[in-house]
Design a protein around this ligand. Sequence first.
Ligand code: NAP
Length: 244
Amino acid sequence: MQNAAFEALGLDWRYVKLPVPPTLFAETVRALPGSGFRGANVTIPHKRAALELADERTPSADAIGAANTLTFLDGGGIEAHNTDAPGFIAALGEDVRGLKAVVLGAGGAGRAVAWALREAGASEVSVWNRTPERATELAEELGVTSVLRPPSSDLLVNATSVGLKPALNEAATLAALQLDEPARIVVDLVYANGRTPLLEWAARAGSRTVDGLEVLVRQGALSFERWTGLDAPVDAMRAAAASR
Ligand code: NAP
């Protein structure tokens, strides 16, 4: 997706995967600018460590407590940012002000989504999690509400890994997420080839659905813009992501 974006804009840049063990994370990242890297995306389990090693943090990364985008600044130093939250809002493509939202999951993704929805003006943000204590803790920290069962809502977001591996059928997915009615808009952060069982169920009921691939593309586009200062070629990125 990022390489397709570089190619589309004629940039002689490369995006490469660097598997790094947690014990070598900070040392490896600090060596990257000297090797010509301009930035990095960071994923599980390094998002917290990325925030902690940075010299500068954007307010959103600080509030979410995790960074997925590091930028190596011209004058030296590392900036930590979080594009998961604004990427989610961009993928949604709709004003959330006044909407009642339910977030399923209180892990890293649930946290970014709950924060994004609160910031964007959702009238209610309820967080449900399989382990209720984690939802309570997240809700207290972010100033949202924790719930023991997902209530009815305008917007429902699956930010759990249910549906990832192993893939569950529709009945098992709904049981794991304690769902019995979809919302007008349903988002599944899990990326899959085609619709996940959750999105199949929601589409059948007439909901508007947004898939994890679109969220992935949008967060990637925002990282691209941060590193290059150019508008991201979102269509090229989406086509590349969808072809994998
Ligand atoms: P995480 O921090 O490991 O959190 C996992 C979450 O899933 C927790 O809330 C966990 O609940 C819940 N969970 C796991 N198995 C479950 C089950 N069988 N039943 C009910 N709940 C279950 O992971 P994460 O980083 O938040 O990622 C969550 C998902 O979002 C993953 O599928 C990831 O691929 C996806 N994601 C997508 C994007 C995107 O751009 N599309 C971005 C980020 C993440 P407990 O607390 O009870 O364990």
